[in-house]
Write a protein that binds this ligand. Structure first.
Ligand code: PLP
Length: 381
């Protein structure tokens, strides 16, 4: 079986984890946590980085720190992994789902802008409110789907104009840039994930990025049980046990050393597949804006024959997978406000297929995958 996307553990992972075990520093205090955070800061250019147990925890805390609370709304794309939207619910807030652009598969900013113009107003305190029910809209959570990015200049200016905090779900976008600025560094906060299937992994892990010192201090504080006194067990608010442990940070540091070569390989894989699959009629790739340099994390394309292709590849021992069911189709979120004209989320969902693209995949395996797909499209004609 050629797997979809598996970790690449060829670097110092063993050595650094062994160092933790040998020295007994396995838990949430230890030098690797700080070194891993420093590696993220220098790679992304963010002023501060706070390591968390996973990307979902990072998003949860980021929303809280941007002031999202009970009865608020948060704008989020309808086509995303469920964790983005769940974390809005963790804050007792509600998502407003925004349809995506058919070419980039990211939140449709034109749709968002016309909604903000027509259906919202700024109250005398400067809070944005939905006309329909007067409830506050506090933040936008753009999701850099598959490591692609949207027009960040436009997003940031909409955020300023409408007094919306920006929390970037950059969980898939480590190594992606817009205008040479790293994903997750445009908004007040940005979040990275190191889950097993992401571009690098700690098994499970996450990181909060911010350029705001006070926010960074708060992020560290509430992810470590909000303990306010070095000696006494005095906690000044509700905290969380969300800190990444040293063992996993050790793995993360080793992964960061490998990240540049992993990104290079992802680019090669992207170019390889595009050259062999673009002659097939009906296949559509995700488009990138000119200023975007994506990390090419997970190779995904659209085709009218998604179901048949998934079955065919399974029989060929090639692991492929469908895309996320759009949020408005999940029982939990089906009654949420959904901004759309042509429901592009559903069209992409109905057609998208991801294919093997581990950074450790061999050229022979890549060739096997493209040959199988070409074979499939010959037989259906
Ligand atoms: C992976 C992912 C998350 C959650 O990250 P975890 O580390 O798995 O909690 C959130 N949003 C998106 C878009 C993701 O792909």
């Amino acid at each position: 079986m050629i797997p979809l996307s598996i970790p690449n553990l060829q670097g110092n992972e063993w050595a650094y984890i062994k160092e933790c075990l040998d020295t007994n520093w396995v838990s949430s205090v230890g030098s690797f946590v700080n070194r891993f955070e420093d590696a993220l800061k220098s790679f992304t250019g963010a002023s501060y980085a706070v390591a968390c147990v996973n990307g979902s925890a990072a998003l949860h805390i980021s929303l809280k720190l941007s002031g999202v609370g009970p009865n608020d709304y948060v704008l989020v794309p309808n086509l995303t992994f469920v964790a983005s939207v769940n974390t809005i619910k963790y804050c007792n807030a509600d998502p407003i789902l925004v349809d995506v652009d058919p070419t980039t598969w990211q939140m449709d900013l034109d749709l968002l802008e016309s909604f903000l113009q027509k259906d919202t107003f700024l109250d005398d305190k400067g809070d944005l409110r939905l006309k329909k029910d007067q409830k506050r809209i506090k933040a936008i959570m753009p999701v850099h789907v598959l490591g692609n990015m949207l027009d960040m200049e436009k997003l940031v200016s909409l955020g300023q104009e409408y007094h919306l905090k920006i929390v970037e779900d950059s969980t898939e976008a480590l190594g992606s840039y817009y205008n040479q600025k790293h994903a997750g560094t445009f908004g007040l906060l940005g979040c990275i994930s190191f889950n097993g299937n992401k571009i690098i992994t700690t098994g499970g892990g996450g990181m909060i990025l911010t350029n705001d010192e006070q926010i960074a201090i708060q992020a560290k504080h509430i992810t470590t049980q909000a303990k306010a006194d070095p000696n006494e067990y005095f906690h000044d608010q509700i905290g969380y046990n969300y800190r990444l442990v040293n063992l996993l940070a050790a793995m993360g540091l080793a992964q960061m050393e490998q990240l540049p070569s992993i990104i290079n390989r992802k680019k090669e894989i992207d170019l390889f597949y595009k050259s062999y699959l673009s002659p097939i009629s009906g296949i559509v790739f995700q488009q990138h804006l000119e200023k975007t340099k994506a990390n090419n994390w997970l190779f995904t394309f659209q085709s009218d024959y998604k179901k048949e292709l998934l079955t065919f590849l399974k029989n060929e021992n090639i692991q492929a997978r469908p895309f996320w069911v759009p949020m408005n189709q999940l029982p939990t979120f089906q009654n949420c406000l959904y901004l759309q004209h042509t429901n592009q989320s559903n069209r992409i969902y109905e057609r998208a297929v991801s294919i093997p693209c581990s950074s450790g995949i061999s050229n022979a395996e890549l060739d096997q995958v493209q040959a199988a797909i070409n074979q499939f499209f010959k037989t259906i004609k």
